[in-house]
Structures are given as structure tokens and as C-alpha cells.
Write a protein that binds this ligand. Structure first.
Ligand code: ZN
Length: 258
């Protein structure tokens, strides 16, 4: 297994170099640990990354332990962070929300250890960096909150992370498409960050790229996808076929056709 370092605003992350077989199956799940702000050893056995109060991302379980594809089987000690959906699923968790309750959050009360602004920024940053590195589109079926494994993917979880964003007072609100306002916001911001990583020096290109990604962020099914221009679909397919890492050409990420 080879590794690469990602310089992120949440700290330097060491992650495995993966082939397209592996990256095509990846998903990312956002959590909170239902804990105080203290990052514990236990949390580091449950998630791949745990984010402290100040937004620093601590390494937990190595990502490769959760891979399950023809090159590698899921290994003992994998991160069990979602019920019945841990294969190829990367878990990013914020140490927070210990005594928070969903019913109270609906009224604007978030407990003793509400998610901090810095934690939210790093949940977005780590997901975006992984999406860019592994060419993972920011789809609601691929980048989602823990609870959305139930509301979008139909796998009951009995959890409510990450259904609110305290400092923005985004309260738990489920949309008809199964996504929450909070995680839709996180995806939107992650998508914005991916565009920035792909086009750091060219705002015009960044906007085009953002438009291409935006086309994909609000739907969950193929029928809906079929409404989009074939070029956009193709660009996402190409995205998935890109080599996992190496020198990034700026054109590598999808740009919608005019
Ligand atoms: Zn969770």
C-alpha cells in the first residue's frame, strides 16, 4: 500500500493511494461522536478521522481497512461507523454533541458541546479533499450524513447526525428527497471547495466546474440523471476513470459543455 499526504486546512492527512476499482466504490459519511469535545482513543477506532474542537483532524482507522473490492477485503479492525454500510465507506466524525437531542435541536437547543464553527469547516474540508483526491463526485448517495444512510439509502440507523449545524442555526429539517438542510449545506460547501482545489487560479473555470458538480448534487436517481446533458454525465464517468493520483491536470475534473 502506498500513501500520499494531503495538505488541508484541517492538518496534513495521510491517505492510501487507491486504484479506480477502489475509488469507484467509495463513499464518505459525516458524523458527530455524541461526546464531549475530548477526542478519545475509542473514537479513533470507530472513524477514519476525528475532528477536535478547534477543527484539527486526527487520524483514526486507516482507510484501507474498510476497502472491500477485488484487490482487498475489509480487514479486522475496520471502522464500524454506519450500520450495515461500512465497506468502502470513510467516516469523518466531530467530537461533539454529547448531550444534544434532536427534539431540542428543532427548537434551537444544541446541548453542552455543540458542533463548533471550526468542526463544521473541517468536516467540509476533509470530505472535499478526499473527494478531489479520489475523484469522488459530491453526490448525496456518495457523500452523506449518518442519518441519511436511512433517509436517502434506506438503511435504518436510529441516529440523527449530522442533522443540524448549531452556529448557523440550521435545524433538523428533512426534505422530500431524503436530504437534510444541514448536509445539503455541507455538500454545497464541499463542492465549492473541490472546485477551488481543481481550479485554484481561474475563477471562471471554477464557476464552470461548480456548475457541472451542482447538476449532480440535488438528485438521487438515474431517471433524474437522464435529464442532464450527456456531456455532463460523460464528464462524471470520466472523472471516475481518472487515475487515482499523480500529477493533476487542471482539466481533469468535469466541466459542463455549453
Ligand atoms: Zn454517526
Amino acid at each position: 500500500m502506498q500513501y500520499q499526504r494531503l495538505k488541508t486546512t484541517a492538518g496534513t492527512l495521510t491517505v492510501p493511494v487507491l486504484d479506480t476499482e477502489a475509488t469507484s466504490k467509495l463513499s464518505i459519511t459525516w458524523h458527530w461522536a455524541a461526546s464531549s469535545y475530548t477526542v478519545t482513543k475509542y473514537q479513533k477506532t470507530r472513524y477514519h478521522f476525528v475532528i477536535d474542537k478547534d477543527g484539527h483532524a486526527c487520524h483514526g482507522v486507516p482507510i484501507e481497512k474498510n476497502l472491500d473490492n477485488k484487490n482487498q477485503r475489509r480487514q479486522p479492525g475496520y471502522a464500524a461507523h454506519v450500520l450495515n454500510a461500512n465497506s468502502n465507506n470513510i467516516g469523518i466524525s466531530a467530537a461533539a454533541m454529547g448531550d444534544a437531542r434532536e427534539s431540542a435541536a428543532r427548537r434551537g437547543s444544541y446541548g453542552s458541546w455543540p458542533l463548533t464553527k471550526e468542526q463544521i469547516a473541517s468536516l467540509i474540508e476533509v470530505a472535499a479533499q478526499l473527494c478531489y483526491c479520489y475523484r469522488l463526485p459530491v453526490l448525496p448517495t456518495r457523500v452523506l450524513g449518518h442519518e441519511e444512510w436511512d433517509s436517502i439509502m434506506g438503511r435504518p440507523q436510529d441516529r440523527w447526525d449530522v442533522n443540524c449545524i448549531p452556529h448557523l442555526d440550521i435545524r433538523p429539517h428533512l426534505n422530500s428527497d431524503g436530504g437534510y438542510d444541514s448536509t445539503n449545506y455541507l455538500r454545497q460547501q464541499a463542492q465549492r471547495r473541490v472546485a477551488e482545489l481543481a481550479q485554484p487560479d481561474d475563477p471562471a473555470q471554477r464557476e464552470k466546474q461548480l456548475a457541472a458538480f451542482s447538476s449532480f448534487v440535488t438528485f438521487h436517481d438515474q431517471a433524474y440523471a437522464a435529464q442532464f446533458p450527456v456531456e455532463t454525465i460523460r464528464s462524471i464517468k470520466q472523472l471516475r476513470q481518472q487515475p487515482p493520483l499523480g500529477e493533476f491536470a487542471r482539466e481533469d475534473l468535469p466541466v459542463s459543455e455549453q
